[in-house]
Design a protein around this ligand. Structure first.
Ligand SMILES: Cc1cc2nc3c(=O)[nH]c(=O)nc-3n(C[C@H](O)[C@H](O)[C@H](O)COP(=O)(O)OP(=O)(O)OC[C@H]3O[C@@H](n4cnc5c(N)ncnc54)[C@H](O)[C@@H]3O)c2cc1C
Length: 287
């Protein structure tokens, strides 16, 4: 299929992008095009105008600043996956990227485009919540920041307004003794997740401290398991408590029924994957 007709602009400075976004025309930003172009071809999206941001200078960075990793709007998945900075400070992201799309898609697709697309079965929205990322959103009158936890509102729906652009993701570098775990089941490696579970925690004096757990594929957007985080805080890590919180999380989940995967199966995946993720995080935390 072909997309419906649209106007096309390719500005070379950010202010011009923001001016276009603010002029009231039904507009979409084109980043890697790996989600938007298929949606337009299927006529699931039919904007009047595309603003191609690929010629904006200096937005493809991945750098460290003041204890955070900063990732610009044009940093591609492939560059993030291959980055030494990410490998050193955020190996959990490298692990997850093994599950995200394929090399050709990762070479074009951007992290910021992925987050703005907000597919409910996408891995990075869960990842950003576990990493406690902050997202920088710009519009013509200025910029604002929002936590990853508040960014995702529903299927293909985020806090980014039509006159705004996500310009940067800021990820605090985790403490060296923080442990992490990532598990996913998908129909094929590189497909969107049937169930993804991501966690990070510390072990202080034998007890779980500051656990953060997020899931994708189980609702209309990725979400934190805050009730289970509270149950784990201060607990001694072990198979029994991990099983207990996994059972509770699975009971509370309300996943969708789909053609190839039932809601019950997704709940089973959560029940199975969550203890594995918590076990891996505990081991990496040095307990
Ligand atoms: C075969 C295939 C398999 C895939 N598998 C997976 C997978 O397993 N997991 C996964 O998570 N993803 C997967 N993807 C999607 C891939 O990760 C995309 O790259 C990503 O979702 C979108 O990034 P993009 O840069 O291509 O954005 P685009 O497609 O250009 O844009 C996506 C949406 O975000 C908006 N947008 C883009 N950038 C910005 C910005 N800076 N500010 C505001 N709005 C913006 C666009 O207007 C559009 O609405 C797959 C894609 C394909 C084609």
């Amino acid at each position: 299929m072909k997309p419906s007709a649209f106007d096309y602009e390719c500005p070379t400075d950010l202010n011009a992008v923001l001016a276009f976004l603010g002029d009231g025309t039904d507009t979409r930003i084109l980043a890697g095009g790996q989600s938007l172009v298929p949606m337009m071809n299927y006529r699931l999206a039919a904007p009047d105008r595309l603003i191609d941001i690929n010629r904006l200078p200096d937005l493809d960075y991945i750098r460290e600043e003041n204890g955070e990793i900063l990732i610009g709007a044009l940093a591609r998945h492939g560059d993030i996956k291959a980055s030494d900075l990410i490998a050193n400070h955020l190996p959990i992201m490298v692990e997850a990227y093994a599950w995200i799309a394929h090399a050709a898609v990762r070479n074009r697709g951007t992290l910021c485009g992925n987050l703005c697309h907000a597919d409910p079965a996408s891995e990075m929205p869960a990842m950003m919540q576990v990493l406690d990322a902050t997202l920088v959103i710009a519009k013509a009158s200025g910029s604002r920041t929002i936590s990853a936890q508040d960014f995702f509102l529903g299927t293909y729906e985020t806090a980014v307004q039509p006159d705004e652009m996500l310009t940067e993701v800021r990820i605090p570098i985790p403490d060296h003794d923080a442990g992490w775990g990532f598990e996913e089941v998908a129909m094929r490696k590189g497909d969107y997740a049937w169930c993804t579970v991501v966690a990070m925690l510390k072990i202080v004096e034998g007890r779980i401290t500051a656990p953060r757990i997020a899931v994708a594929g189980l609702g209309d957007h990725a979400y934190r398991l805050t009730t289970q985080e509270t149950a784990l805080t201060g607990a001694t890590p072990g198979a029994d408590i991990f099983e207990e919180v996994a059972q509770a999380a699975a009971r509370a989940a309300d996943p969708p029924d789909a053609e190839h995967i039932s809601a019950d199966y997704r709940r089973d995946l959560l029940r199975t994957l969550l203890p594995r993720v918590l076990q891996a995080a505990t081991q990496r935390a040095g307990a």
